[in-house]
Design a protein around this ligand. Structure first.
Ligand code: FCB
Length: 456
């Protein structure tokens, strides 16, 4: 049955937003320094449809039209990412005036539209110059990142009040450095762990740099999802637990508890992990969660070849193997749609971290479906907002929700095939066409506000 636009009533100060990222929408690659993604996508076979993000949505030149779409949608906030190589073409050293000017104009446009800018400083597009010197395998990169954070904050921190340091360091470690299916295409397997540590350190150093620049509302966007053991056997629960450590706790525990899960700290680089953990656990004002799906995980299958899973190819030598989640609808990406697992994730975070847990914000949630008459996206969003509301009712402190994504865009190794937008983009004409889900969300937000309007 079609979902009506009447979602449950959220608190009056709940923050509604939409998300994008620089590499996925901006285009204008010739007007910035090179990033690892430019080099990665230039190699045939790396992107399934053979495309690159050279033009993408051409947002760099069409941001005014996009801000107008955000304003019309009626959300409070826009989460975008700043391209590090656009601001610092060499990753460090000389600042590009044109690059900084772009974000300055974007922020002005948002403020004039009454939309709060929420910049993310890193959404996977490492400057190529730094990557060629070792990138996130080097500790130095964390320090360069904090310097870059200070440069951006000095320019737009007067108008952008809410900031995100990193997007999904887990995926960047796993897909980019362990499995090689994202840039920079390294296949280091467990030798990729330093990449996780250096990103976490970069986060902590950037929190300090942002605070020194006067920013007071800082978070991170980590991807999380419940892990479901394939069975209650010891082999399956152990394998699921290991997966859960790698994808969830490795990134949440150091930030929230100031320690790595058992057995992980010893594997991390550096002379003084305890000192690093103090930086990493620099308190954040809120903790962002990108949520897409739960994962069912079991022990490796005997004599298994590589497993195809959610668009990824997982090698058989991993000590765990994800299983198909039967019995749920899937998106066009093949990702299972399990809204109730969002409630489970959020109450699970509250139970695990208790008083140490900062207020939460859902910094990404959304789905890939073809078509402009996208009833399935409406049902997806409706289901997830209801699940989120149930977490609030259960007492979890969640302060905001950002849909991924405003626009159809360059979906990394999938190219343009997966469409996550509330707004359709025709990649030939670059015309934007709001989908049915855009109209639905606009009505849902109007209904929220009408309900909150003071009685005459
Ligand atoms: C998240 C990424 C985002 C987008 C969505 C679908 O993992 O942060 O850029 O690719 O998935």
């Amino acid at each position: 049955m079609a979902a009506s636009a009447a979602i449950p009533q959220f608190p009056h100060d709940f923050l509604w937003g939409v998300s994008t990222s620089a590499h996925q929408i901006e285009g204008a690659v010739d007007e910035r320094g090179a990033s690892v993604w430019d080099a990665f996508t230039a190699v045939p076979g790396h992107v399934k449809d053979g495309t690159t993000a050279a033009v993408a949505c051409d947002h760099y030149h069409r941001y005014r039209e996009d801000v107008a779409l955000i304003r019309e949608l009626g959300v409070d906030a826009y989460r975008f990412s700043v391209s590090w190589p656009r601001v610092l073409p060499g990753g460090t050293g000389e600042v590009s005036a044109a690059g900084l000017d772009f974000y300055d104009r974007l922020v002005d446009e948002l403020c004039a539209a009454g939309v709060r800018p929420v910049p993310t400083l890193f959404h996977w597009d490492t400057p190529l110059a730094l990557a060629e010197q070792g990138g996130w395998l080097r500790r130095d990169t964390a320090e360069r990142f904090a310097e870059y954070a200070a440069v951006v904050a000095a320019r737009i921190g007067d108008r952008a009040k809410k900031w995100i340091t990193l997007n999904e360091p887990a995926e960047h470690t796993l897909l980019g450095h362990a499995l090689g299916q994202h840039a920079p295409g390294e296949q280091l397997m467990f030798d990729a762990l330093p990449v996780a540590h250096h990103q976490l350190l970069a986060h902590g150093l950037a929190v300090r740099a942002l605070r020194a620049a006067g920013v007071t509302d800082i978070g991170i966007a980590n991807s999380h999802g419940p892990t479901w053991p394939a069975s209650s056997s010891a082999e399956d629960t152990e394998a699921a637990d290991f997966y859960d450590v790698l994808l969830n706790r490795l990134f949440a525990d150091p930030l929230i508890l100031g320690r790595y899960p058992d057995g992980i700290g010893e594997l991390m680089p550096g002379d003084d992990i305890e000192a690093d953990l103090k930086v990493i656990a620099e308190p954040v004002d809120w903790y962002g969660i990108n949520f897409y799906q739960p994962t069912k995980v079991g022990a490796p299958l005997p004599a298994a070849a590589a497993t195809e899973f959610s668009g990824l190819t997982l090698p058989p030598e991993l000590p765990f193997a994800p299983r198909e989640l039967d019995g749920y609808p899937v998106t066009d990406f093949g990702w299972p749609v399990v809204p109730e697992s969002l409630t489970e994730l959020l109450t699970g975070f509250r139970d695990r971290y208790g008083d140490r847990l900062p207020p939460l914000v859902i910094t990404e949630n959304g789905c890939s479906y073809e078509g402009i008459d996208d009833q399935r996206r409406i049902d997806y969003l409706d289901g997830h907002l209801r699940a989120l509301h149930r977490a609030l009712e259960a007492g979890v402190d969640v302060r905001g929700y950002f849909v991924w994504s405003l626009l159809d865009n360059f979906e990394w190794a999938e190219g343009y095939k997966q469409r996550f937008g509330l707004v359709h983009v025709d990649y030939t004409t670059l015309a934007r066409t709001p989908k049915a889900s855009y109209a639905w969300l606009r009505e849902a937000l109007r209904a929220q506000r009408a309900h909150q309007a003071p009685q005459a």
